[in-house]
Ligand binder design. Sequence first.
Ligand code: FES
Length: 210
Amino acid sequence: MGHAEAYDDEGTPAEQTRRTFMVQATLALGGVIGLGIAIPVVTSLIPSADALGSAWSPLTADELAQLKKATDKPIKVSFAVKSQDGYLPAASTDEFVWAIKADEAEMKAKRPELYEGEAKLPYPVVNLGFVIFSPICPHLGCRYAWIDAQNKFACPCHGSQFTSVGEHIAGPAQRGLDPLPLRDQSGTAEITWIQYAQNVSNHIVLSYST
Ligand code: FES
């Protein structure tokens, strides 16, 4: 009997093993269900062709004044990104972009990949006399900065470098900087915030808002 009792006592770990197995099985099942839900959500974030028109963020008068200060050197323009992804209520996030005065001929000469071939953008690169760059490094998503003394953009994370018009000149990034659309809407300048795929050579659009 003593042995049986001892066995009963030792049976507990066996039960625990069984329970552990069931918990693990449940977790694994949860993982499968989670994956099943995650795939359609991610797919739905890839915008349809007409989504571009619904995610414009206006610049305030002060922000527009900032933008107009852009010369042949890029400047930082802050603005509030309006996000609308169809799932969450519309929200604003403080962001900034880099802006530089540029003309189409210069951009075509220096960034021909934006105009032709696989990396071609589906919207104009130069708008209202400016090019707007997403502040997100096309390598792995850090924020790069303009280094005035060196006359180039540099990313602190892995050392990618870009010219003032966004040509990739050094480091692991596989493409130049990503332009963002800018438009004049009845006297108000508006920017579309676009998220691009990181660490690929083409400008692949992931979403048009945050
Ligand atoms: Fe900018 Fe890697 S994230 S160089």
